[in-house]
Design a protein around this ligand. Structure first.
Ligand SMILES: [Zn+2]
Length: 294
């Protein structure tokens, strides 16, 4: 089987006409990974007619979608594949309510599945940024949306972001932080920035205690000294405001993962859908209680 490439919706619809086409694709993606029985750990299996795999020792049988983020998708794999395609290969962002109308599923069902897709988009944190990296904090939500820099309005969500720049944006990561203390700011350094990088920040004192990274602090001059970084921050804020009427504290990291994933893969749009499906298959199922704030 060949992987699906490209961004053409008609080709996509032609390739995935039925739930079974999608099931076959998942079985193909799974077959690229080594099999290991989930019950007994045995590595030999037989493929059944319905594409599920049965362990040669204990006879445990798993369908192509089981053990993946497609596990128990009630509205059918084909719709799930289309949502994955929309969220990765297209450039237009859609909200859960738009997705629900387009695919004839309940809005909440769409929202929960889209959160699963965002889980798959979350960075594996194994490829750290090097070279020149800009780091800055910003806030989303609440009033004074366009104000630059740190804000102490408690209704706003605080976010830290890092941009690796090689003339243009190479990679972008962002995450929610509790406050602007050194301890909170440090998280993104440990997850995404290599110790060899030249990190540039504004003159906020919160960065000073982070001594094991090479940090250069220069005046931000209201964002003018960090044009690429501020364009990115503007894009995230605009995207969040336009697509989601309300972003909860609980889910903001998921939206930031989606945004970063799309930015970081914008050079490889051809294979982005296949990459996303591989991630959906590689991640363990996430249950509803982990997706909504109780
Ligand atoms: Zn087994």
């Amino acid at each position: 089987m060949e992987i699906f490439t490209g961004q053409n919706l008609l080709e996509f619809a032609e390739r995935f006409k039925t739930d079974l086409d999608c099931e076959e694709y998942l079985a193909f993606i799974k077959s690229e990974k080594c099999y290991c029985c989930r019950k007994c750990g045995h590595t030999k299996y037989q493929v059944r007619k319905d594409l599920s795999r049965t362990c040669n020792i204990c006879s445990d049988t798993e369908s192509p979608s089981s053990g993946t983020l497609f596990h128990r998708v009630k509205f059918g794999l084909r719709k799930a594949f289309f949502i994955c395609f929309e969220m990765s290969a297209t450039t237009k962002d859609m909200s859960a309510s738009q997705m629900s109308v387009r695919y004839g599923i309940a809005e909440n069902t769409a929202r929960l599945f889209m959160h699963k897709v965002r889980e798959a988009m979350k960075s594996g944190e194994n490829d750290e940024m090097t070279g020149t990296v800009y780091v800055d904090e910003f806030t989303v939500g609440g009033k004074e949306e366009n104000k630059q820099g740190r804000s102490y309005d408690t209704k706003k969500k605080k976010v830290i972001c890092a941009v690796e720049v090689t003339g243009k944006v190479k990679r972008f990561y962002a995450e929610k932080i509790k406050d602007f203390s050194a301890k909170s700011l440090r998280g993104i350094f440990d997850k995404h920035i290599d110790k060899s990088a030249n990190v540039i920040t504004d003159q906020w004192k919160g960065y000073r205690p982070i001594k094991d990274f090479n940090i250069i602090q220069i005046p931000s001059n209201n964002g003018q000294n960090f044009p690429v970084l501020h364009t990115m921050i503007h894009q995230v804020k605009t995207w969040i405001r336009a697509t989601f009427s309300w972003v909860s504290e609980f889910n903001i990291n998921r939206y930031l993962s989606e945004f970063s994933y799309r930015i970081n893969r914008s050079q490889s749009k051809k294979t982005i859908f296949n990459n996303l499906i591989k991630r959906m298959v590689g991640r363990k199922p996430v249950y509803q209680d982990k997706l909504v704030c109780s």
